[in-house]
Design a protein around this ligand. Structure first.
Ligand code: NAP
Length: 300
């Protein structure tokens, strides 16, 4: 689907309340194109700040939404649809990081990671799809992550696992809804200078001396990244709006197909190729074994 330049889109964005976050920059960029925006977030105070920042423009509405609360998601989505009669673009941006070594992290924190980064977006998507299906139109965006390709990084497993699950879910969804006129866009950003590194807790509910050295190195590494991430979230959200609208950098480019993602950042590109090369080398090394497990081919 290509968008006519003048078409006014209605955006529904989760987790828009972090001042330096992707969500807040997306709100600003979409408004700057003349689009209509429903910004959602957990804190009413922060939502009021967004309204104030944008001088209570008529093109912006806010709604309180904690994506981990499935009982409210459907009501909030229905209210959002009521503002302008539709949602054209739903952006699953809300997310967090629960860092920590697997054996030392209480399972409740790992469950919370999945509630926020996987089940929350799933509930949002399931609430929005009936509206998009009825119009045979819509775009669903997921903020995935290049962490999917660096799952071997100690301390990152819960976050990577939740984003890997999100990638798989987004890929499956893309294939299931394309015949209904609904597009899915999966972004895989590298490290961007938002609030996420600074705000991600490092869990050690079950401290184990065997991990003291590794844990200390992980904490120092993650602390060192905060504030020095190479990615500029303003540029990333400019690109996202371009891609959804088929404008700017997206002109002449094909929509990323199901099973692929739009990488953002040299680190994302580098880590994808590293993972690809590692996977390929392992497959080649074990090729004879890999091919040794089928039943003999029946000539008939
Ligand atoms: N920055 C990166 O390097 C990077 C890279 C790849 C992917 N991402 C993804 O990008 C998305 C946005 O993160 P960010 O980097 O912009 O980080 P951020 O600045 O920390 O913003 C995260 C936002 O998500 C909100 N949020 C967290 N849990 C929520 C919940 N249960 N319900 C509703 N909102 C919730 C936060 O709300 P509060 O304001 O209430 O805290 C905050 O507004 C996340 O999905 C993240 O995983 C980030």
């Amino acid at each position: 689907m290509t968008m006519t330049a003048r078409q006014q889109l209605v955006w529904f964005i989760t987790g828009a309340t972090s001042e330096q976050g992707f969500g807040a920059h997306l709100v600003s960029n979409a408004l700057s194109r003349g689009d209509l925006v429903i910004a959602t977030g957990r804190s009413q105070e922060k939502l009021d700040n967004i309204l104030e920042k944008h001088e209570n423009t008529e093109n912006l509405r806010v709604l309180q939404l904690d994506v981990t609360n499935p009982t409210t998601v459907r009501d909030v989505v229905n209210q959002a649809v009521g503002f302008w009669g539709r949602i054209d673009v739903a952006v699953n941006n809300a997310g967090n990081g629960e860092l920590g070594l697997i054996e030392e992290t209480d399972t409740s924190a790992i469950r919370h990671q999945f509630e926020t980064n996987l089940f929350g977006p799933v509930e949002v998507v399931k609430a929005i799809l009936p509206h998009m299906r009825s119009r045979r139109s819509g775009t669903i965006v997921f903020l995935g992550s290049r962490s999917v390709w660096i799952g071997e990084t100690p301390g990152l497993a819960h976050y990577s696992a939740s984003k890997a699950a999100m990638h798989a879910m987004a890929e499956g969804l893309a294939s299931e809804v394309s015949h209904l006129g609904i597009r899915v866009l999966l972004l895989a950003p590298g490290a961007f200078r938002t609030n996420i590194y600074a705000s991600s807790p490092f869990h050690q509910e079950n401290s184990i001396p065997d991990y003291d050295g590794l844990r200390a190195a992980c904490i120092q590494r993650f602390k060192g990244i905060a504030g020095h991430e190479p990615g500029d979230p303003v540029k990333a959200m400019q690109i996202l709006v371009d891609v959804v609208r088929g404008e700017g950098v997206a002109v002449g480019k094909k929509w990323p197909e199901p099973g692929t993602s739009l990488l953002l950042g040299n680190d994302a590109e580098r880590d994808l190729y590293k993972r690809f090369d590692k996977l390929k080398a392992a497959v080649l090394e074990w090729a004879d074994v890999i091919r040794s497990v089928w039943y003999p081919i029946n000539a008939n």
